[in-house]
Design a protein around this ligand. Structure first.
Ligand SMILES: [Mg+2]
Length: 325
């Protein structure tokens, strides 16, 4: 028999996190704990309002499969029971963690992925005045971050980017517009980004309105985030994007995320690995995808006032793994 515990947690941020869709001051997560014969596996997800999710809806989805979960539901069966999304993610990752701990092997070993000693990752500069974004970029660069992810909305594009570029001339920059741009003027903005040496633009147009990218010639790679959830998303993306941002909260867990990465690569799309605001628990579950990602964007826990214990070893722009089990 398997014991199941499901509960929400609220993790305050040390600094407000501002993106085109709004401001967050805390990370609300849902945790799933599975216990078998004294061994515990844990999974975490972040319900995301953009995708119609709330803490209540995720708790209800998991409650609906509680009997199956208690009776030994497998990862394979789970994929059929819940749709892709946060609820399935927490359960899927708890099942992976339980399998790892029961077998005495790491998630790296279970997924046949050699563990690198460290992972270079992006640090996020959230939306603010051009001056504040520039000083945030400079501080991150001075602390060692070499890859900066710049959040933008539909305003002050030139001012913000030029201030950041001047403050951190050697940093590698990627830009995330979170669906806030329109097709009119997109070509000029892409050219501006290319001129400033920006390495990639993430989700400029709304997911439901990105057909304008069909055969749109752009001078830098464009990455699908809100437009890419699972393998089912891929068919529409090939003509519009060069890259997909894989997040376990969208795929509904590591199981589909691994399959999506493989299918995306087979379709000629590069892989980026992202996260929601979350604790180290959620990042640990995604790490086996990091070595195959061109950009790793897993700085969610660095926004928390306090991370879960034991947390991953984050330093500016890097996760050190040598000490992790
Ligand atoms: Mg994004």
């Amino acid at each position: 028999m398997r014991t199941v515990k499901v509960y929400p947690e609220l993790w305050p941020l040390h600094t407000p996190f501002v993106i085109a869709r709004g401001t967050r001051t805390s990370a609300g997560v849902v945790v799933v704990e599975l216990e078998e014969e004294g061994i515990k596996g844990v999974g975490e997800c972040t319900p995301y309002p953009r995708y119609g999710e709330s803490e209540a809806s995720v708790l209800a989805q998991i409650a609906a499969i509680l009997p199956e979960l208690e009776q030994g539901l497998t990862r394979e069966q789970l994929q059929q029971l819940l749709p892709a999304g946060a609820a399935r993610n927490a359960v899927d990752c708890a099942l992976w963690d339980l399998a790892a701990r029961r077998s005495g092997r790491s998630l790296w070993q279970l997924t046949d992925t050699p563990m690198p000693p460290r992972i270079r990752m992006a640090q996020t500069v959230s939306i603010d005045t051009p001056e504040a974004m520039a000083s945030s970029a400079l501080a991150l660069w001075q602390h060692g971050a070499q890859l900066l992810k710049i959040k933008l909305d539909d305003h002050l594009i030139t001012e913000r980017l030029m201030a950041i570029r001047a403050a951190a001339p050697q940093a590698q920059l990627i830009v995330d517009a979170n669906e806030s741009w329109k097709s009119e003027g997109l070509a000029a903005r892409c050219q501006l980004l290319a001129d400033l040496g920006v390495a990639m633009l993430e989700q400029p147009l709304p997911a439901g309105d990105d057909a304008a990218l069909d055969n749109f010639i752009h001078p830098l790679p464009v990455c699908a985030d809100e437009s890419c959830h699972t393998r089912d998303s891929l068919a529409a993306l090939g003509k519009r994007y060069e890259m997909v941002n894989i997040k376990l909260d969208k795929t509904g867990g590591l199981t589909e995320a691994l399959a999506l990465a493989q299918a995306a690569e087979a379709a000629g799309l590069a892989v980026m690995l992202g996260c929601m605001l979350c604790t180290s628990r959620a990042i640990s579950a995604a790490l086996p995808l990091a070595p195959r990602a061109r950009f790793v964007d897993l700085d969610g826990p660095t926004w928390l006032a306090v991370d879960v214990e034991p947390g991953l070893a984050f330093s500016s722009g890097e996760i050190t793994l040598a000490e992790v089990r």
